[in-house]
Write a protein that binds this ligand. Structure first.
Ligand code: HSE
Length: 287
């Protein structure tokens, strides 16, 4: 029988949580897989057709490599793939593909992986857990992956609405990472540490205005990447004047993530219509 499942889009960083924090969003990569004669991918959405349709596809390539890591051989799979996640736009499309590959290896090789194992496998592929983590767990994910260790916690975010603004161009993650400095001053590191700590307790105490102010105080990546996104200032002006808590770069961009009150979300999406060229849409937080 075919194995069907879906993996959510994710928005990494949330401002100061560079390479560490991420949020699962209600847009999905959908997979239906069954054993076949050879590795084959059938795309159900036209925009996916730029991707390889054989074992070089990131989903299958990951599945093959994960099977090998556990000393198994993945049987040839025929998969159908549909997606609501734009590619190379900072919404975790590669992480969703990697986690789909982990899921396929787990299912077809009977690996019995836990969520922790899946986040670990995904982090080994991506180098950081901020997209693969919430793609497995849902909700708000905060993780540390380094020196072969992985620690994480998750939290359901209540009483918040999310909007994504998606510009029409792509930003290569490698280029967006190359835009960052190689090192940070002690002053910046100490400030950033304080910003993160207070931000997390603000979330736990449902103090979203403080959370929002700190989300927009990042010193690790936003200051170096905002110039890559022409609409950054305009979108922020509209969302913040509409009462949003924060607008930050989603992952490595160019999409922006806005968090706001449920009762404000439709009005802010409508106001964002004035920032043309981008697609602005309300998106559920998936938890
Ligand atoms: N934390 C990563 C970055 C996410 O901002 O570069 C994209 O892989």
């Amino acid at each position: 029988p075919a194995h069907q499942f879906k993996v959510p889009a994710t928005s990494a960083n949330l401002g100061p949580g560079f390479d560490s924090m991420g949020l699962a969003l209600g847009k999905f990569l959908r997979i239906e897989a069954e054993e076949g004669e050879r590795f084959e991918v059938i795309f159900e959405d036209d925009f996916l057709e730029v991707l390889p349709a054989d074992e070089k596809n990131l989903v299958l390539d990951t599945a093959i490599r994960i099977a090998k890591k556990y000393d198994r051989t993945l049987p040839p799979l025929k998969i159908r793939m549909g997606s609501e996640i734009p590619l190379t736009h900072g919404m975790g499309s590669s992480a969703s593909a990697i986690i789909a590959g982990v899921e396929l290896a787990d299912h077809f090789c009977g690996l019995g992986l836990s969520d922790f194992d899946k986040v670990m496998c995904g982090s080994e592929f991506e180098g950081h857990p901020d997209n693969v983590g919430p793609a497995v767990t849902g909700g708000l994910f905060v993780g540390y992956y380094g020196d072969g260790s992985l620690y994480y916690h998750t939290l359901a975010l209540d009483g918040l609405a999310a909007i994504v603004s998606v510009p029409p161009y792509e930003i290569d993650t490698g280029a967006a990472r190359a835009a960052l400095p190689a090192s940070y001053s002690r002053t910046d590191a100490v400030s950033q540490n304080a910003i993160n700590n207070v931000m997390l307790l603000s979330i736990l105490n449902n103090d979203y205005p403080t959370m929002g102010a700190l989300m927009m105080s990042d010193r690790f990546h936003e200051p170096y990447r905002e110039s890559l996104i022409a609409e950054y200032e305009d979108i922020r002006r509209v969302t913040l004047s509409g009462g949003a808590y924060a607008t930050v770069i989603s992952g490595a961009g160019p999409s922006l993530l806005t968090l706001c009150r449920e009762e404000d979300v439709d009005r802010i999406v409508e106001a964002l219509g004035s920032v043309s060229g981008c697609l602005h849409e309300k998106v559920e937080i998936f938890q």
